[in-house]
Design a protein. Sequence first.
Length: 115
Amino acid sequence: VQLQASGGGSVQAGGSLRLSCTFSGGTFSDYDMAWLRQAPGKGREWVARISRNHAAYYVGSVQGRFSISRNNIENAVYLQMRSLRPEDTAVYYCAVGGPGEYKYWGQGTLVTVSS
């Protein structure tokens, strides 16, 4: 399995970004998918997860601002991020699996939010 994340960039606080992650080398619809992030100097943090049945779960700090979705035809998972805050600055990773156990990881995409 290979994951390719994209869509990161630099935005001002209050702005929006949409991250994408494409999946290849397996059967996408068999897996839960997740987004995690790692801020500078901090550990990796789970952000959101979407199950095979499209049930979505979020860490409290992004609830109501971020939305995870998936397209089982395009083999992709997305993270729509709105009302971004400086504390959302991090490298964002997509991963296969969860909660707590992730079998495959993408390479990460950097999101920088300036105040």
